[in-house]
Design a protein around this ligand. Structure first.
Ligand code: HEM
Ligand code: HEM
Length: 251
């Protein structure tokens, strides 16, 4: 698979392995994180105390305490960064994807690239907006606990999403782009990894991946509508178990 240009020839040596790593990281951990994250966010719709289940889910993650940042960096940010950087390299270097055209329609391949770019823009904005990493530059709206240990996870997320009319539509586009990208990527990765070889098995896998994408899209849109309509004026419940404050990072 020699490339005619010198600029890519160096990378060609390990290109196969690099592409496999790109594919793997898109599935695990990044794809797995997306599933867990959207399902966690969908707990905003759980019955009972408003936002109570969502608060509990995030508290379980924050229970990692000082390990939270290293875990986030190693299992989310670095794999996402590698997948994104190589993703951009693939998008802007059309020579390196010629092999893929055999596997699917050009339309889907173009959609995979477009949603990758949209996903990147959305995730960048989203992390700035929610994660405390964004605090020094005016973001970092999410707070798990407020004064006196009040449970403010759902409230601060909802306030951030309801802050301006355009944020929810941006989220809808971002979430759906990520979900399409993962579901379609799952389908192509089954080919990449030699699991679906015959057209018949690729057709069946197509249905399975579409169903998977639909379920995830419903979870994501459900979560979004839950935060979009969350009553941000009601006072947040105070956490009384005494442990809640320990895992909080930002106040
Ligand atoms: C309904 C849509 C979404 C909502 C309500 C939402 C909410 C949140 C919140 C509240 C945080 C901060 C959590 C914390 O600091 O502990 C967060 C972090 C994050 N979100 Fe989302 N998110 C949504 C969609 C997405 C999508 C589609 C992605 C794409 C991969 C994504 C990726 C991330 C990442 C990478 C972080 C930082 C890591 C972490 O804190 O867990 N989010 N999100
Ligand atoms: C929500 C975060 C993301 C997830 C879950 C994800 C997941 C995946 C998966 C599973 C694949 C299929 C790999 C294969 O065919 O073997 C893929 C492919 C791809 N991703 Fe992502 N990705 C994400 C974000 C991004 C970003 C931010 C970019 C940046 C442009 C990107 C660019 C690409 C490209 C270009 C491909 C096609 C690669 C190829 O032709 O082999 N992805 N992604």
């Amino acid at each position: 698979m020699a490339h005619p240009t010198e600029s890519v020839s160096l990378q060609d040596k390990n290109y196969f392995l690099v592409r496999r790593l790109h594919s793997l990281l898109g599935l695990v951990p990044v794809g797995a994180f997306l599933c867990v994250h959207l399902l966690t966010n969908a707990t905003i719709l759980a019955p009972g105390e408003a936002g109570g289940e969502f608060q509990k889910s995030i508290e379980r993650i924050h229970a990692l305490g000082p390990l939270l940042v290293p875990v986030e960096v190693v299992f989310i940010f670095l794999p996402l960064l590698f997948h994104s950087l190589l993703g951009f390299q693939i998008v802007f270097n059309s020579q390196s994807n010629a092999q893929q055209y055999r596997y699917g329609s050009n339309l889907r391949y173009t959609a995979q690239r477009t949603t990758g770019i949209l996903a990147f823009l959305f995730i960048f904005y989203h992390i700035w907006q929610m994660h405390w990493f964004g605090k020094p530059v005016g973001g970092g709206a999410f707070e798990l606990h407020g004064a006196a240990g009040a449970a403010t996870g759902a409230m601060t997320t909802a306030v951030a999403i309801q802050q301006a009319w355009w944020i929810a539509p941006v989220y809808a586009i971002g979430v759906l782009s990520c979900v399409f990208h993962l579901a379609n990527g799952l389908w192509t990765s089954l080919i990449t990894w030699g699991i679906t070889i015959r057209p018949e098995s690729q057709r069946v896998a197509g249905y399975v991946c579409a169903a998977f994408g639909l379920v995830l899209a419903i979870a994501g849109m459900g979560a979004l509508s839950g935060f979009r309509t969350f009553d941000v004026k009601s006072p947040p419940p105070v956490v009384t178990d005494g442990h809640a404050d320990v895992t909080s990072h930002g106040h």
